[in-house]
Design a protein. Structure first.
Length: 178
């Protein structure tokens, strides 16, 4: 009985590996998309039907300020000072071009203003930070932190996200509005 030793040619091995890599990458992308969909399913819609009402909030400096700019898109970043993911992601906001997008950082679920100030100092946040409140949390349907909304100049929500976002992910939102 003769046993054939089947060796794959280099081209065959490369094609087999390519198919395996393609399958694995596709599966990974589907998992990420599924998790992202599940995380954002309860957030405000991005289909152009939700228009955010302008409101004034108090800043860390004690000034009453409008929440949104009306001359450029706004990336609203909701955080809680006790949130570990917020601690990891807030520095990525520094990569945004503030000439293109107004970055709005809003603290929620804090026990004291000192707690927010300590978080801001620890992470050397240079952007304006505003104190949010329970009603604002309800209005934006915030279920966890960090939560992001991209709001255009007409105050329409165009994008939403929940959880850690890389600097690259934030730049893509800034560039493409999604």
């Amino acid at each position: 009985m003769k046993v054939e030793n089947k060796k794959l040619t280099f081209k065959q091995a490369l094609a087999k590996n390519y198919r395996t890599y393609l399958r694995d990458i596709t599966l990974f992308v589907l998992i990420v998309v599924g998790i992202t969909y599940w995380q954002t399913k309860d957030m405000l819609e991005t289909d152009g039907t939700v228009i955010v009402e302008q409101q004034n909030l108090v800043s860390l400096d004690g000034l009453v300020m409008p929440m949104l700019a009306d001359d450029k898109p706004n990336l609203v970043y909701f955080f809680a000072p006790w949130c570990k993911i917020c601690s990891l992601s807030i520095d990525n906001l520094d990569y945004l071009n503030e000439d293109k997008v107004n970055v709005v950082v809003i603290a929620l679920d804090y026990s004291s203003t000192e707690e927010v100030e300590a978080f801001v100092a620890e992470h050397d946040v240079t952007m304006q930070v505003l104190y949010g409140h329970a009603d604002l949390k309800r209005q934006f349907q915030i279920k966890g932190y960090p939560s992001y909304y991209l709001i255009d100049e007409s105050f329409t929500i165009v994008s939403r996200s929940y959880g850690y976002s890389t600097a690259v992910g934030l730049k893509l939102r800034e560039t493409f509005g999604s």
